[in-house]
Unconditional design. Structure first.
Lengths: 318, 421
């Protein structure tokens, strides 16, 4: 098997493709750096010159508004030039291959690619292909990984809970199709969270997920009992009917996060969601807008975390 | 042409023997081993010192790219890998569902005078799984068996009738067991690795359900059933039980599945995108033991050359398959080393085993046998890479591996069709 393509021979981060395989120190370094950027995002002049003269290409092969926008803001606050490409509607439909597209953009002197792709593993292909001075950030690939989302989630957890070693965390919903869940699991277990539970019906849990270090609970009452953090997952529209689930209504009946279910968690538990939310499907509005919800701060932290990732990558040697 | 092959180690899987002796060939047949027949004058002497001399390999599943396109190159790759006979599945473009196409393929293959091609005809028109192909006419044209390639018949009534019809005439049916609905959308074994990598899974059930169905239908109809390219431990067990109960079912496995597992996917290596998918280590071990104990009669190359572009894609979009004709021998030797098998047993699943499945004369080194021979150096190490392969495709998970066992010379009907020193 080839070595971890994310790290250079000195063990520094070259690309951010997945949380899996990243040493705890690397994760903590990103979180610490993000904390220092948090103040930048709160200043009147929200810019630092760390990426001045660098070009960041947002390469989105799958539509996204929120993630693309936060990457764009993060890059601009680092003074980079940002080029947004919605490839889903351009060259790929004309038959150009993924690597041809990448080669063309690399020839325009890109320094960093932020890639979202519907197929698991696509950013690995790009990272293996580009010349060593170009950095690749995975902004979500298929069902595989969404590392910056997981990083902003653990940043949020650390912000509100002060650490990881004493926590119980429940991840609730469609784990099977969720790149967010996979990255969250790796981030939480790597940072030392002693108990991570995934809460979902059997149809929405990937095979052998317990080998990733989590406890599987099909019963939400068992899964939520006493947890300090509840991470909800988005249920994609196309999964709500068919063979996986009978309906959105039935999912809400069994797994939706209502005030009653949340009461099973620790009294000071926080509620998170990667967005966009389906109110009344995975989460009740009373919870989403309630005092325990930290869903909007997650978005703010997301910018600082993405700034940290870009700054660390730009500072690493090929 | 009279040949004397001198100083080699003669390995005869049919007889289960290995002896150091000279071998004499005349008129396309073996005429003697050890002492030359009286008055034998060789036109050419092949020095086989340090080499193993064995029957040419028989490969049950090699895709050549259809009639015409690239056929010569792939048949050259076959003989470079010591393969002298191969069966070619019907799911080419166009599929082998018309006698004319089969004749064209056979004629073209004959014209190369390299490896012998045995076409496997389509069981249904266009492999669509709806209407029976003209099995009689296809058989006349040279088809040795009938198959759907990798396209399962979804409608069990059609499959049941197809088996009944084929059996009426004694035709063999080869099925690659995979339930289309259970496999739909999947790109990797539905196990730990696919779960972690977020790759849509093909569960082992997709195969075992199809094996169970095929065994039940074959038992009902009395079909001479062969299952191609098994990938699951449970399938091997089901076949073992069926054979123990007296069913004449046979099966094979691709040489890749004897060595690799889902863990080899690493970081989404598209070269490990295969059909059937690489499964767990337990499955791999059961397949390897299944060949050793004779439950699985043949090891095939599952040869499928692809262009580089087909593999320069994200894992799930990459073409499925690997080039294999030139790796069949070294990878079989590697398996045998692992299973601690002597050479005659090691070579049986790539010579006598598949020949029985095809219903051919058994490959052997006895006087009178066809002089389809492979001479290889068992101790020669070589690196698998573009430069060392003849096939159009260099797509193999073994790319970069060092393997031992290199073919030095291949003979078909007593003619040297490949030679390297």
């Amino acid at each position: 098997m080839s070595p971890n393509p994310q790290l250079n021979p000195r063990g520094e981060l070259r690309h951010l493709l997945s949380i899996e395989g990243l040493p705890r120190e690397v994760l903590l370094h990103i979180l610490d750096t993000a904390r220092s950027f948090l103040s930048v995002t709160e200043r009147e002049i929200k810019k630092v010159p760390l990426l001045r003269g660098k070009s960041v290409f947002n390469l989105f092969f799958e539509p996204s508004t929120r993630t693309r926008t936060t990457f764009e803001i993060a890059a601009k606050r680092l003074s980079a030039d940002v080029i947004n490409l919605n490839v889903a509607t351009s060259s790929q439909t004309k038959g150009e291959t993924l690597l041809d597209t990448v080669d063309n953009l690399a020839a325009m002197h890109a320094d960093m690619f932020v890639v979202r792709h519907a197929t698991s593993g696509a950013p690995y292909l790009i990272a293996r292909h580009v010349s060593p001075e170009i950095h690749v950030i995975n902004a979500g690939d298929g069902r595989h990984a969404h590392p910056t989302q997981a990083l902003l989630d653990v940043f949020t957890v650390r912000h509100y809970k002060g650490g990881f070693e004493h926590l119980k965390v429940a991840i609730v919903g469609d784990v099977l199709h969720s790149r967010v869940a996979r990255s969250e699991i790796h981030a939480l277990t790597s940072l030392g969270v002693p108990e991570v539970r995934v809460v979902a019906p059997r149809t929405l849990v990937p095979p052998h997920v317990e080998k990733m270090g989590v406890r599987v609970c099909h019963d939400p009452a068992e899964g939520l009992q006493g947890v300090d953090v509840v991470m909800m997952l988005r249920l994609q529209n196309e999964r709500m009917r068919g063979a996986l689930l009978p309906s959105a209504r039935e999912f809400f009946r069994h797994y939706g996060l209502t005030p009653e279910r949340l009461a099973l968690a620790a009294p000071d538990a926080i509620v998170m969601h990667p967005g966009p939310m389906n109110r009344g499907v995975e989460i009740d509005s009373a919870v989403a807008d309630g005092p325990q919800s930290v869903i909007l701060p997650q978005v703010t932290f997301g910018i600082a975390v993405r700034m940290a990732v870009m700054a660390i990558l730009a500072g690493s040697a090929p | 042409m009279r040949l004397a092959i001198t100083g080699g180690l003669l390995v005869d899987p049919a007889a289960g023997t290995e002896t150091r002796a000279d071998l004499y060939v005349a008129e396309g047949r073996i005429v003697a081993a050890g002492e030359a027949p009286q008055g034998f004058r060789a036109d050419r002497v092949l020095d086989a010192a340090g080499l193993v001399v064995c029957p040419g390999l028989v490969d049950l599943w090699a895709r050549l790219g259809g009639p015409g396109a690239g056929l010569d190159g792939e048949l050259a790759a076959a003989v470079a890998g010591g393969v002298t006979r191969l069966a070619c599945p019907p799911d080419s473009d166009p599929p082998l569902d018309e006698p004319g196409l089969v004749e064209m393929l056979a004629r073209h293959a004959d014209s190369t005078a390299l490896a012998q091609v045995h076409p496997v005809g389509a069981l249904t028109c266009g492999l669509a799984g709806e209407k029976l192909a003209e099995l009689g006419a296809l058989s006349q044209a040279g088809c040795v068996a009938f198959s759907q390639g990798d396209r399962p018949v979804a409608d069990l009534v059609v499959l049941w009738r197809a088996l009944q019809y084929a059996t009426t005439f004694g035709f063999r049916v080869w099925l690659h067991p995979e339930d289309g609905s259970l496999a739909r959308g999947g790109v990797a074994h539905d196990g730990e690795v696919a779960g972690r990598l977020g790759l849509p899974g093909i569960p082992a059930l997709a195969e075992t359900v199809a094996v169970a169905t095929a065994l039940l239908l074959a038992r009902d109809t009395g079909t001479r059933l062969h299952l191609t390219r098994l990938s699951c431990a449970d399938s091997v067990e089901m076949v073992r039980r069926a054979r123990a109960e007296g069913m004449e079912v046979t099966c094979d496995v691709s040489v890749h599945h004897l060595h690799l597992s889902e863990l080899d996917l690493g970081y989404f290596d598209p070269l490990c995108r295969l059909e059937p998918p690489l499964r767990s280590q337990r499955d791999r071990d059961a397949l390897a033991h299944g060949v050793a104990d004779g439950t699985i009669q043949a090891v095939c190359s599952d040869h499928r050359p692809l262009d580089e572009d087909d593999k320069q894609l994200p894992f799930g979009e990459a073409g499925a398959g690997a080039t294999g004709l030139e790796l069949l021998l070294p990878l079989t030797l590697k398996w045998a080393l692992h299973e601690r098998l002597a050479l005659p047993s090691a070579l049986a699943p790539v010579t006598t085993g598949p020949a029985r499945v095809l219903g051919l004369e058994l490959p052997s080194l006895a006087p009178g046998a066809a002089a389809d021979l492979c001479l290889f150096d068992p101790g020669a190490w070589w690196t698998v890479e573009r430069a060392t392969l003849r096939s159009r495709g260099a797509n193999t998970p073994f790319s970069g591996y060092e393997l031992s066992g290199r073919v030095r010379c291949t003979l078909v009907a007593g003619r040297v069709v490949y030679e390297s020193r």
